[in-house]
Design a protein around this ligand. Sequence first.
Ligand SMILES: Cc1ncc(COP(=O)(O)O)c(C=O)c1O
Length: 385
Amino acid sequence: MPEFPGTLNSKLPRAGTTIFSVMSKLAADHQAINLSQGFPDFDCPELLVAHTHEAMRAGHNQYAPMPGILALREKIAEKTHDLYGCTYHPETEITITAGATQAIYTAIAATIREDDEVILFEPAYDCYEPAIELNGGKSVFVQLQAPDYAINWSTVKKLINHRTRMIIINTPHNPTGAVFSADDMLQLEKITKGTDILILSDEVYEHIIFENLRHESVARYPHLAERSFIISSFGKTFHTTGWKMGYCLAPKALMAEFRKVHQYLVFSCNTPVQHAVAKFLDNKDHYLELNAFYQAKRDRFNSLIQGSRFTLKPSPGTYFQLLNYEKITTEKDTDFAIRLTKEHGVAAIPISVFYHQPIYENMLRFCFAKKDETLERAAELLHKI
Ligand SMILES: Cc1ncc(COP(=O)(O)O)c(C=O)c1O
């Protein structure tokens, strides 16, 4: 192929390939156990696959309605009401998206203009900042505070000014596993009251929270819900990250703006999968028992790591576990992650990449959404270091 003959002025000059793709490829190249990218190595429920086949055979193979099939939106409305006590109208306040990533981009593109400021917390999941940048906004970073990655709300309050358009929150939090308390939500409510600030609440790990902690969904707080886009993902809840299906909840006026962008970004999402998920949502036990399922995985991984030279950080939510390696080496996490993959056969994600300017905390993120035997083999290798 000949080279592009003109000058390319990149819209994302600092962006490379995401760390998740880089580490997964490195793991594959070196036949390492891949605890880097966040996806299960076990299968999704057989019934969900059966429902998808049925939907395909029943001829649900053409475009779905732009906001998603009504049956699925109705089931999401019911689930959200049952769990968080908030009523979203399926016709006007719920849209099915191609995963949470598309929902996040859409909410940002629909509301952020040139020079708008968006407050986000670091370390941060990597798709927020590029979406803000592509839409001309300015990311304003607030660091989560050690040791438990808490938010200092008085710092947040000081950063708010007439340009602040949005605050992005994520609980349970990737990559740290931290979760918001009720007090965090009340603080957020206090500092946004009487402003035009929007909230984007990334709740993709809403069903992966441990020790009977309550998931503090924005939907529980009417004064937050009235200004919020809430985003979730069936990929995390049903072990189907490859199906890329999620949804967005928002009050009618916000959702109308969201849909203006959504219709030109994807128009609509995978039809048979929507039918299958709508039917599968009747199996409430699946998502109600997910906390216990993943808590057992986390506890298993943690007990397997005991006695190694890695130190565990508490992980009250998500399927990620941070391990501190300062007893092993003073290498940068990016260097150690590569060496760990190549020389020791286990791939993990360095935490510094979740900061806009890397902060090195001697910490790696391990995904424990894996079969027990995978976790056992990985722990065996980690013990040898
Ligand atoms: C915090 C967070 N938000 C959003 C996403 C993206 O979800 P999806 O795969 O549904 O696009 C992920 C996936 O890892 C995530 O961890």
